[in-house]
Design a binder for this molecule. Structure first.
Ligand code: DGL
Length: 266
């Protein structure tokens, strides 16, 4: 049976999930987190569903061994697969990425939303369906930003290549006349400042990580699993290059303390 003192697992194809981990740590400072980024096999968003499901099952089997009360899919691509279909025999709870419905729908006056995501997530229409369940007027303009994930994984911030990719993708949604852009891939908040700058002051660029952290908080309270006392710790596992991974952790969460592990998934 799950108890308050058990850890919370957080998974992603790579370093993108760190942007969600950051919000979770801020919102739930007493909780212990175990992060797993499958950096050896990122990106997932250009792979087949069958392959992604196989990799996710391997990650969930790792969490079976970690005494976790809950696992957060800090990955939109994985979230499109449906948490119920991934749950199988795993005993912990499973929560996916929020589509940022509250923030997005209250920020948009034009009902025109730009979606920056992986090819897989854009094809799923997950965001369009979630917004239309609340407001049928909403139109989503999905842009598969396939260049972003490899550039973020390689830490190529502030490079001409990154600037060109940002220009290409922001131009695409500017033409559609959106007034909100949702970052539908957890790698993209690493670039939020630059994307916001390129979109200009009349478009709001939204990261749904805070809404995801609120969903997690509500789940823990409802299940009686909310840990309020103590100072939490975080272990970060990567399957790929550890030095590269550590640099990106330091870039995204400067000055914070973590324990690192290299992991092999089978
Ligand atoms: N960070 C992931 C997401 O939110 C996946 C990126 C990828 O591996 O393609 O979609």
């Amino acid at each position: 049976m799950a108890t308050k003192d058990m850890s919370i697992g957080v998974l992603d194809s790579g370093v993108g999930g760190l942007t969600v981990l950051k919000e979770l740590r801020r919102k739930l400072p007493a909780e212990n987190f175990i992060f797993l980024g499958d950096t050896a096999r990122a990106p997932y968003g250009v792979r087949s569903e069958e392959e992604i499901r196989k990799f996710v099952e391997q990650m969930l089997c790792f969490f079976d061994t970690q005494n976790v009360k809950l696992v957060v899919s800090a990955c939109n691509t994985i979230t499109t697969l449906g948490m119920k279909t991934l749950q199988k025999a795993h005993k912990f709870g499973l929560i996916g990425m929020s589509k940022g419905e509250k923030m997005v729908l209250s920020a948009s006056k034009k009902h025109k939303i730009g979606l920056f995501a992986t090819q897989f997530t854009v094809n799923s229409h997950m965001h369009q369906k979630a917004y239309n369940a609340i407001d049928s007027r909403v139109q989503v303009y999905g842009v598969p930003c396939t260049k972003f994930v490899p550039l973020v994984e390689a830490g190529k911030f502030g490079t001409p290549e990154m600037a060109a990719a940002i220009m290409e993708y922001t131009d695409a949604v500017k033409r559609a006349g959106v007034d909100v852009v949702i970052l539908g891939c957890t790698h993209f908040p690493f670039l939020q400042r630059e994307i916001q700058k390129s979109m200009g002051p009349n478009v709001q660029v939204i990261d749904p990580a805070a809404e995801t952290a609120t969903d997690v908080e509500h789940y823990l309270i409802e299940e009686g699993l909310y840990k309020m006392q103590g100072t939490g710790s975080t272990v970060i596992n990567f399957t790929g290059d550890m030095e590269k991974g550590k640099k990106l952790v330091a870039y995204g969460m400067p000055g914070e303390q973590f324990t690192f592990n290299k992991l092999t998934l089978k």
